[in-house]
Design a protein around this ligand. Structure first.
Ligand SMILES: Nc1nc2c(c(=O)[nH]1)N[C@H]1C(S)=C(S)[C@@H](COP(=O)(O)OP(=O)(O)OC[C@H]3O[C@@H](n4cnc5c(=O)[nH]c(N)nc54)[C@H](O)[C@@H]3O)O[C@H]1N2
Ligand SMILES: Nc1nc2c(c(=O)[nH]1)N[C@H]1C(S)=C(S)[C@@H](COP(=O)(O)OP(=O)(O)OC[C@H]3O[C@@H](n4cnc5c(=O)[nH]c(N)nc54)[C@H](O)[C@@H]3O)O[C@H]1N2
Ligand code: SF4
Ligand SMILES: [Mo]
Length: 691
């Protein structure tokens, strides 16, 4: 049962139960359509909309319990000001006016010297276009604050797919149900892309073969016909060896290659350098598994690849995505609507970001850009000519950097700086919020307007508020509007309300009345987008060779780049650690929802028996996981899900809900990927010992 409504919230009395259409805000490819049942102003139930095909009336466990999160007893309900030492998590309540006036004064004083000393920090706590960067973008652009390069998740893959196919475009997800061979590559679909998995199951019932390519034996791998447990960061080597076999057996669609690709001869020469034996040694796989996979892929139509971001959190992540994305063109898989590859569908959406975020408010100024994946280093840097001013103020919303960013020991030291002014907009007192000077209560998806694109299907979704804000919570947009007013920003764009912003997101390209009436609208897109070529690349072809990459001094053809921390390269830290998502959390969101945390239990590290034995480790042992960057502790689980030489840390736990108050990002590095300046969470060597 949800808790009683919070005093102070506006509650319509005696109202009949109503159903409000919305969208799941989380950073999940499924972007489900929600129906919230409201009784007497209280949200009592959140369900999947049965008339929205991708959702099909089904939600994951996490969001089925959304009311538990919304009415959580620890929900932030009023603005708070730090009352103890930095990082102590001690706060005292303060009125909105006082908080906003003080924040505006502090930011204004810094901006008077150099607004670039102010840094916004946000990611996809909500994927909404409005509560994301609409009013926030306007505010920081007008201010002239540092720009943030939002790389923490997907930028290497985004760049790789864009350099190959021309954008974040690909197969329509619904057509996977008709495929005869599906490669699930770098994705634990059951855990993190559930609605795709339902389609893959349908294909399987109709006779499709499912192959999972993942270092970890996930629950998805368990349910596929085959699991290819390669070493982390070796996907490009595998893809090149598959090409080698496609070429030597002539499993190629020569017409498609000639008409719709660029750089075939170069790619052929490159692939011929990757016989299966070479790739097998790099990937840690049997040769036969590679040659069998190549035969399946070369001789089955239609063949589809569900590529996911798990492959691109390593040094060569961009190249890996490029190599995999070349495969469908070689076999002409794009000719079929159930063939091709899907990494992300987000490039299909004609969202008008400049209208929402107004970069023109920079008015000729060109502030520096800081990369969110190196926030640890950047918070600790002094002013230098190359870097610019020291970061003096940080405004965090829709993100929990202390838990999610790499090398968190440095993030923690940066946030602990006495001379850093930190404002955090949040639902809960997260690890990051503990370091705030001001902690402002934000509304949840049930309490505000928003409009959503997605990266897993091709529908636009509208989210209407179902309930009044809980406590004194205010939406991100409302908070930035109020700050803008106090900073004296008079541009009329700071008056736009949230419904106006929702309408502006797509302009005339999407029927807003339809969104109001049914909650979603399907983009009109062709079923087989590249059956006749027409890729959105500069050449209009699938670019095996990218002149744009070559012009940047990079290899124009995809290749395997060994990890920064490749297996065997550091005898003191012989184990590769990957840290994929936990099924019942969403990154670090939901870790504080007790019923979900109870399912996950506690932080664990999966270790293969061959690695456990020499270290004397048994399931249940508390272990210390460490390298030169830091250490964290958790329970070991000797598990068949780990492959030899690789340990799996699961989920981004809140540090303060973990043993010893740290999590696995203590050991991850701030190295950046080959393309897209992304983090390398899964390119990390450690050693493990009994604590
Ligand atoms: N339940 C749940 N769902 C989520 C999330 C969550 O935290 N929880 N996170 C969301 C977010 S932010 C994202 S970006 C999306 C997509 O996030 P993804 O990163 O695609 O997440 P997963 O589907 O778990 O896929 C990652 C898989 O890649 C594997 N992997 C690790 N290294 C490699 C490698 O080098 N090669 C290959 N082939 N595989 C590798 C991991 O073992 C894991 O099973 O998921 C979203 N969905
Ligand atoms: N080791 C390791 N680290 C990783 C990953 C990994 O696989 N391994 N995955 C990476 C990936 S893919 C990603 S995307 C990042 C995710 O990193 P983040 O985007 O920081 O995601 P969350 O941890 O979910 O934190 C989002 C926060 O936003 C808050 N929030 C949600 N909605 C709103 C709102 O409307 N207003 C405000 N003000 N706040 C809101 C939530 O309460 C939550 O605390 O983590 C990355 N970190
Ligand atoms: S987290 Fe993903 S699967 Fe769960 S409700 Fe949201 S969009 Fe759907
Ligand atoms: Mo992500």
């Amino acid at each position: 049962m949800p808790a009683a409504p919070t005093p102070g919230a506006l509650q319509p009395t005696n109202s009949l139960p109503s159903s409000v259409r919305g969208a799941c805000p989380h950073d999940c490819p499924d972007t489900c359509a929600l129906i919230t049942t409201v009784e007497n102003g209280v949200a009592v139930r959140v369900q999947g909309n049965p008339s929205h095909r991708p959702t099909d009336g089904v939600l994951c466990t996490k969001v089925s319990r959304y009311t538990e999160r919304t009415y959580h007893p620890e929900r932030l309900l009023q603005p708070m000001r730090r009352s103890g030492p930095k990082g102590s998590g001690q706060f005292e309540p303060v009125g909105w006016d006082e908080a906003l006036n003080d924040i505006a004064a502090r930011l204004g004083a810094i901006a008077a010297r150099d607004a670039q000393a102010i840094l916004p920090y946000s990611y996809a706590g909500t994927m909404g276009q409005v509560q994301g960067e609409a009013m926030a973008g306007r505010f920081f652009h007008r201010l002239g604050a540092s720009l943030l390069d939002r790389t923490i998740c997907a930028s290497a893959g985004a760049e790789g797919i864009t350099q190959t196919l021309g954008g974040k475009v690909g197969m329509k997800v619904e057509h996977f149900a008709e495929s005869k061979l599906i490669l699930i590559w770098g994705s634990n679909s059951i855990g993190s892309n559930l609605h795709f998995w339902r389609l893959a199951q349908q294909a399987k019932r109709d006779g499709a073969r499912l192959v999972c390519i993942d270092p970890r034996r996930t629950e998805t791998a368990d349910k596929c016909h085959e699991h290819i447990a390669l070493r982390p960061g070796t996907d490009a080597a595998l893809a090149l060896a598959l090409m080698h076999e496609l070429i030597t057996h002539d499993w190629l669609d020569h017409d498609y290659i000639a008409s719709h690709t660029l750089g075939w001869e170069g790619l052929r020469d490159r692939a011929l350098q990757w016989p299966p034996e070479r790739a097998a040694a790099v990937c840690g796989l049997p040769v036969q598994q590679i040659t069998d996979l190549a035969r399946d892929y070369g001789t089955t139509q239609p063949a589809a690849i569900r590529l996911n971001y798990g492959v691109q959190r390593v040094r060569g992540g961009g190249n890996a995505v490029r190599a995999v994305a070349c495969l469908p063109a070689l076999v002409g898989a794009w000719r079929h609507r159930a063939g091709g590859v899907l990494l992300s569908s987000s490039g299909h959406f004609p969202v008008r970001r400049a209208v929402l975020q107004r970069p023109d408010l920079l008015d000729g100024r060109t502030p520096r850009t800081l990369n969110m994946s190196t926030i640890g280093d950047d918070l600790l840097r002094e002013a230098t000519p190359g870097f610019g001013p020291k970061v003096e103020a940080l405004v965090v919303y829709n993100s929990n950097p202390l838990a999610v960013a790499p090398e968190s020991g440095k993030v923690q030291r940066g946030l602990a700086r006495e001379d850093l002014f930190t404002v955090v907009l949040e639902h809960f007192q997260t690890d990051t919020a503990d370091y705030a000077d001001y902690l402002l209560p934000a509304t949840t998806q049930l309490e505000h307007w928003d409009i959503h694109t997605t990266y897993g299907h091709t529908d636009v979704l509208l989210n209407r508020p179902a309930i009044a804000p809980v406590g004194q919570a205010r939406s991100n947009t409302d908070i930035f509007r109020a700050l803008a007013a106090r900073m004296g920003f008079t541009d009329p764009c700071f008056q736009d309300d949230d419904e106006t912003l929702c309408r502006a997101a797509f302009g005339d390209t999407v029927d807003f009345e339809q969104l109001l009436a049914q909650g979603f609208a399907t983009l009109p897109l062709p079923d087989a987008p590249f059956a006749q070529g027409g890729f959105p690349t500069p050449s209009g072809r699938c670019e095996f060779f990218s002149a744009r990459l070559a012009a940047q001094g990079m290899d124009g053809l995809p290749d395997h780049l060994p990890n920064f921390e490749a297996a065997g390269s550091d005898p003191r830290h012989p184990l590769a650690m990957i840290s994929p998502p936990a099924r019942n959390f969403m990154n670090s969101t939901f870790v504080n929802v007790k019923s979900l945390r109870d399912i996950e239990g506690e932080p664990v590290l999966e270790v293969h028996a061959d690695d456990a034995a020499p270290r004397g480790l048994a399931t249940g042992d508390m272990v210390r996981v460490f390298n030169d960057r830091g250490e964290f502790r958790c329970r070991a689980e000797v598990s068949r899900r780990a492959r030899p030489g690789v340990v799996n840390g699961l989920g981004i736990w809140w540090r303060k809900l973990s043993p010893f108050g740290t999590n696995l990002n203590e050991v991850t590095s701030q190295h950046l990927t080959d393309m897209g300046r992304g983090p390398v969470f899964y390119d990390c060597l450690v050693e493990v010992e009994k604590a």
